[in-house]
Design a protein around this ligand. Structure first.
Ligand SMILES: NC(=O)c1ccc[n+]([C@@H]2O[C@H](COP(=O)([O-])OP(=O)(O)OC[C@H]3O[C@@H](n4cnc5c(N)ncnc54)[C@H](O)[C@@H]3O)[C@@H](O)[C@H]2O)c1
Ligand SMILES: NC(=O)c1ccc[n+]([C@@H]2O[C@H](COP(=O)([O-])OP(=O)(O)OC[C@H]3O[C@@H](n4cnc5c(N)ncnc54)[C@H](O)[C@@H]3O)[C@@H](O)[C@H]2O)c1
Lengths: 203, 203
């Protein structure tokens, strides 16, 4: 069991390691990673040690091994079937973004309620009406969903999704969802990054 | 000087505290905040102690005071003028999202290169062509910019922006920017949240 703080850092380490892998780098030290992330080298070593990854003094960590290990840990060595609900500006930007490359996230269903969007194509997929969530979700085997609908529609969509088998939800609607305890739910708000940047504009 | 890890948590604490404030809650303990964030109460206390905020045993922290303090620290008691570059799906979704409510982030300039978007309206603003960045940025006093252009355009836009006075950039393009050391630059990739959620689908 990985602590939530460590877990939230793992995808970031993985990102960095994949970039090193692309450049052909075979080894990396905790202090090199630390520079990358403005984290302390000892924190990174503690994070990685949580699942038995120990760098060798003088050599560091083997990049390929660490990538494979983190991919396995995060379950990214498998394809995860996803649904996108709300195919407006944000939903379609997210859908396009995820359908690039060999990502582990494969969109298998998309939903909207707007007549202009329902029935339109997203790659090989057709956008369904949200009333079809109870049938389409089990049919496609989607386990993870992205919620990009207006705040007023979010709670109902969330409930329909989780009732039909969705086990994890990434929510973008600016509303505090009444959460289903059996479902892993995460809300994202980009403004948080702006607030972090604003700190550096204080002068 | 706040450590980067603490800094990245402050906007989250602020979010939670504002919600408590809306509900009329006057006090909160570190353990109540800890439950909210899956963080340890002692970590939260250490974070807040970094700027002299100490809860009172048995009473906790005063919510109003802490909101004001964090707003001040993060510079959110002021308006921050922003530019959005790239008014496609993502850029316009972000622009709309930020123009709601009394947010401390005020979009004062928007740019694109597409004939169908340049000249169109965003609230009171007109979308400029990106070639006007060198004039419009200093004119409007924008200090922070959101980059929502394709990867191929990102580096050039980043350089034009930072050359014309932008001091902080939030980048969404899937590219590793060659960074200007004088500019605070943050890249966002929402796939990171999906990877974090995927961990919970391992079974
Ligand atoms: N978290 C963030 O940082 C962030 C950033 C931008 C936007 N947002 C939020 O994301 C949401 C979408 O933003 P947008 O700019 O794409 O808005 P939009 O209006 O362009 O898109 C919303 C879409 O949802 C559809 N919809 C409405 N009810 C639905 C339902 N019951 N089922 C399925 N689809 C439904 C609409 O028809 C529309 O296509 C909004 O809630 C917005 O506030 C959040
Ligand atoms: N980081 C993430 O999580 C995430 C999520 C979704 C999309 N994205 C990325 O965000 C970017 C925008 O995505 P989108 O779906 O809105 O794409 P889009 O094609 O709808 O929008 C891109 C816009 O940028 C404009 N543009 C191109 N060159 C420009 C320039 N030099 N100056 C100003 N504008 C310019 C285009 O005319 C277009 O309007 C892409 O790079 C995409 O990969 C990132």
């Amino acid at each position: 069991e990985i602590s939530p703080l460590t877990l939230s850092r793992l995808p970031l380490y993985l990102r960095c390691l994949r970039q090193l892998q692309e450049k052909g780098t075979t080894h990396v030290s905790s202090s090199q990673l630390a520079q990358q992330f403005e984290l302390s080298a000892s924190l990174i070593r503690k994070d990685l040690a949580q699942f038995g990854e120990f760098g060798i003094r003088g050599t560091g960590y083997r990049v390929d091994e660490l990538v494979d290990r983190l991919n396995g840990l995060l379950g990214l060595d498998r394809i995860h079937k996803m649904a996108v609900v709300g195919m407006g500006s944000l939903g379609s930007a997210l859908a396009r973004y995820l359908s690039v490359n060999d990502r582990p996230f494969k969109i298998v269903a998309a939903f909207d309620v707007d007549g202009g969007r329902v029935g339109s194509k997203l790659g090989h997929l057709i956008v369904h009406h949200s009333r079809e969530i109870p049938e389409v979700i089990p049919e496609t085997g989607a386990r993870i969903a992205v919620l990009a609908v207006p705040a007023s529609a979010a709670q109902k969509c969330y409930e329909d999704l989780t009732d039909s088998g969705i086990e994890a939800v990434l929510n973008f609607a600016p509303i505090r969802l009444k959460r289903n305890p059996a479902v892993r739910t995460k809300s994202v708000d980009f403004q948080i990054y702006l607030e972090e940047l604003a700190y550096f504009l204080r002068s």
